[in-house]
Design a binder for this molecule. Structure first.
Ligand code: ATR
Length: 282
């Protein structure tokens, strides 16, 4: 495909200008990461349901209004390739768009579910889960798991007020899910680490070993993907649990964005290989 995916480092104070610049340059879209995902909510013209539901934007698609009046992804306003030699796959609307709008999406929540299903072969419906962390990633995971009808969700976080906030959102939105604060006494189907503990070599384990044992779970998912094996995952592997790191989440949120921009099925194997080859370099 004659497309480019480039990385730009943008200061939060310049985010609005960066989005406007991409619009002016007729980019097909953008991905945004921390700390831009919340700021961008106010900076796009429209929010897709996914961004409204999860309260964050990690993907923008630029759309143009053409001479015929409707809004279409910018990719369809193709200028035929120079010299006419290249067989561009871009269907053309013809001309330049009269107006361009930025539409915000969120592909993170779906990625959590895809990664758990694909990497750990976990059935979410009816599952019992211990979720560590109630920050941005933890909250999204908790709500998404509740929407997938897990049966019991135990929430643990250093700052209790965040657990209480997420707990009340789930009680309101998904009353059939049992949501408790603190460690479960019984076994769970899987544990997810959504805290940042494990990113640094000296970090302690993200849970209190006196209150919860690895014998109480069959699988452990760590949202951290670098290092590839955190202390938590190493301990879980030694204890015989199924394990996976957060590379799958990175893959699936990117794959969904690819689909949003290109309207083509994402080449998951190619993307996974590229991630594995590049994420762990250096
Ligand atoms: P993200 O968007 O990646 O979730 P975040 O919202 O800053 O980032 O959340 C970071 C998570 O890691 C939180 O659950 C945080 O706990 P607090 O809510 O108490 O801050 C957790 N975390 C970070 N450092 C921690 C530490 N030293 N001990 C325990 N938890 C920690």
């Amino acid at each position: 495909m004659n497309w480019r995916y480039l990385a730009f480092e943008v200061e939060p104070r310049n985010l609005r200008a960066a989005i406007e610049g991409a619009r002016a340059m007729q980019f097909a879209g953008l991905n945004l990461t921390v700390p831009h995902k919340l700021l961008a909510l106010e900076m796009v013209d429209m929010l897709d349901e996914s961004a409204k539901t999860w309260g964050a934007v990690n993907t923008i698609r630029f759309e143009g209004r053409g001479a015929r009046g409707g809004w279409l992804p910018l990719r369809v306003f193709g200028v035929p390739a120079a010299g006419g030699k290249s067989k561009s796959a871009r269907p053309t609307e013809g001309g330049t768009p009269i107006e361009i709008r930025a539409v915000g999406f969120n592909t993170d929540a779906d990625a959590i579910v895809a990664a758990l299903r694909e990497d750990l072969k976990i059935e979410l419906r009816g599952a019992k889960v211990l979720l560590l962390g109630a920050g941005g990633a933890g909250r999204t995971a908790a709500l998404k798991l509740a929407s997938e009808k897990v049966s019991e969700l135990f929430l643990v976080n250093r700052t209790i007020s965040k657990v209480l906030g997420v707990q009340s959102e789930i009680v309101k939105g998904f009353p059939s899910v049992y949501v408790g604060q603190g460690y479960p006494r019984t076994e769970v189907d899987f544990v997810i680490n959504a805290t940042s503990l494990g990113l640094q070599a000296g970090d302690p384990l993200p849970w209190d070993g006196k209150q919860f044992s690895l014998k109480q779970t069959r699988a452990v998912y760590d949202m951290i993907y670098r290092p590839a094996e955190t202390k938590l995952l190493a301990a879980a592997r030694k204890a015989g649990c199924k394990t996976a790191n957060g590379l799958g989440m990175l893959l699936y949120q990117g794959a969904k964005a690819f689909e949003i921009w290109t309207a083509q099925p994402p080449p998951l194997h190619v993307m996974r290989r590229a991630l594995e080859q590049n994420v762990y370099v250096g």
